[in-house]
Ligand binder design. Structure first.
Ligand SMILES: [Zn+2]
Length: 267
């Protein structure tokens, strides 16, 4: 094996990674509906980012995902206000209440949210992404060129495909690659210039990161942690210690997210 690269070396030494752009593209604030989460706050997340060397974390609210968009998004808005250069907000809207959606989208953008998070029925009853109630959400994101982080465990990709074709100004972050239907995720990443695949997962499939890079997707894979459900450190380790070149780690850990999230265009 080659000498450790800067990523591996920092990970081994337990030092923050310095001089590199690390962006966590998938994280959350707030308590879950049915299990406790330890210190699910902006301050705790920023402390974790400082320990690791993560520049920016992209957050949606857990209560908002589970049906309370108003209070949930407020938690993220507070985080954006407190840490404007560290926290990027994904807005969640109540697609079950279509009459509320337009005002929630406009209010969220005004409050500084720069992306949208959608969370389908994977782990609870809900609407599929091809339900008409999602139409105004994706149309709005397309109009404002906002990235959309979509919870996916495989089958939901089919529901998104038509939206991906119809809304070319949205960059799509397809979450949880490695959960299921790997080949389908790969096909989306290859076929659609606007589709990225995102890594966070509570398991650590052996060889996944190496496989994605070997498959030619090093420009389309984005690192995320699912903090505060999961620990940022363990999810970061999946990339730090992957057997891939340092140049590929640099893309996965930040450069690709900067593109997908449109951060390259901001000052
Ligand atoms: Zn998540």
């Amino acid at each position: 094996m080659n000498a450790p690269d800067v990523f591996q070396a920092a990970g081994r030494a337990g030092r923050p990674i310095t001089g590199e752009l690390l962006i966590d593209a998938h994280a959350h604030f707030g308590h879950g509906p049915d299990f406790p989460i330890i210190r699910p706050t902006a301050a705790a997340l920023v402390a974790s980012m400082d320990r690791l060397g993560v520049k920016m974390t992209c957050v949606s609210s857990i209560p908002a995902i589970f049906g309370d968009a108003e209070h949930g998004n407020a938690l993220v808005a507070d985080g954006i206000r407190a840490y404007p250069d560290r926290i990027f907000g994904y807005l969640v809207v109540d697609v079950g209440y279509p009459e509320k959606v337009a005002a929630q989208l406009a209010g969220g953008r005004a409050a500084g949210f720069r992306g949208v998070k959608v969370w389908s029925y994977g782990a609870r009853p809900g609407l599929p992404y091809n339900h008409p109630n999602y139409e105004p959400v994706f149309a709005y994101a397309n109009e404002h060129a906002m990235p959309v982080l979509a919870h996916v465990f495989g089958p939901e990709l089919d529901e998104l495909e038509d939206h991906i074709k119809r809304y070319p100004r949205i960059r799509w972050l397809l979450a949880h690659i490695g959960s299921a239907e790997l080949e389908k995720y790969l096909r989306f990443a290859r076929e659609y210039p606007t589709a990225y695949v995102e890594l966070c997962l509570s398991s650590c499939p052996r060889g996944l990161v190496e496989h994605l890079v070997a498959a030619g997707l090093e420009d389309k894979v984005v690192w995320g942690s699912d903090a505060v459900f999961l620990d940022q450190a363990s999810q970061l380790g999946r990339v730090l210690f992957a057997q891939i070149p340092a140049a590929a780690k640099r893309k996965l850990l930040g450069l690709n997210a900067a593109k997908a999230l449109g951060l390259e265009r901001s000052p």
